[in-house]
Design a protein around this ligand. Structure first.
Ligand SMILES: N[C@@H](CCC(=O)N[C@@H](CS)C(=O)NCC(=O)O)C(=O)O
Length: 231
């Protein structure tokens, strides 16, 4: 059976990682039999999770997991889409995976009230006397990497403006359809539900979580995708 190694469930999602959620949704769409196990990114080929283990083969990165599943199960996660829609789908996936994701990281890790809860959820297994010291170092690394990435240089309000523009683009594309490209979920829905549901599931009320949780059509869309694709 296929084994998806990812971060444990958190904040109402089947994995703390939106990429783990995306991979779970793709596995479900492929009709694969799979189990989800919690793992350590340091042991993964690219030192990140998720990774998929199929007997002796390990596939790292949700994008490569997608390609692997497409080949193995002869599925097309964008079945029925025109070339133009496929191009749009790719752009949406990039926007979710490579922009909105980093805004989620800032929301979870850099907003103090959220961090207090995230720290206990993600690192509660570290013995208490050294937890503060170790997690402080990890948080500093995340802060530096968000600064290098660029989003960490913006204020929370500026980050929200950026997220809002992306979310509006997703909602324009969705229109009145149940899923981004019609009546059936496609690859873009798997990326969107991972990151947007994680934002909605913020442990404390933030500007970003409020943006999502007060947008009723968006909430209804996320519920639909979760019902269709979560295990
Ligand atoms: N491009 C990768 C990104 C995966 C990723 O960023 N995973 C994060 C969790 S959401 C991770 O493993 N972080 C651990 C670390 O950086 O040490 C994918 O699509 O799978």
């Amino acid at each position: 059976m296929l084994k998806l190694v990812t971060f444990a469930p958190a904040f109402g999602a089947p994995s703390a990682s939106p990429f783990g959620v995306k991979a779970i949704c793709l596995l479900k769409m492929a009709g694969a039999e799979f189990e989800v196990v919690a793992g350590d990114p340091r042991k993964a080929p690219k030192a990140k999770l998720p990774m998929l283990v199929d007997e002796g083969t390990t596939i790292a990165d949700s994008e490569d997991i997608r390609s692997y599943l497409e080949q193995k199960f002869k599925v097309d996660f964008d079945a029925g889409l025109s070339l133009e829609q496929r191009a749009t789908s790719r752009a949406i996936i990039r926007m979710c995976d490579e922009h909105l994701y980093f805004l989620l990281v800032c929301d979870r890790w850099l907003i103090d009230a959220n961090w207090e809860i995230v720290r206990e959820k993600f690192f509660g297994m570290i013995p208490k006397p050294i937890r503060g010291f170790i997690t402080g170092k990890i948080r500093k690394k995340v802060r530096n990497s968000m600064h290098s990435q660029g989003v960490g240089r913006h204020t929370v309000a500026e980050q929200l403006t950026r997220a809002d523009k992306d979310i509006k683009a997703i909602m324009v594309l969705l229109g009145e359809k149940p899923f981004l490209f019609g009546d059936t979920p496609t690859a873009a829905d798997a990326s969107a539900v991972g990151v947007l549901s994680a934002m909605a599931g913020s442990p404390t009320k933030t500007m970003l979580s409020e943006r999502i949780n007060t947008d009723m059509p968006l909430i209804a869309y996320l519920k639909r995708v979760r019902e269709a694709l979560y295990p």
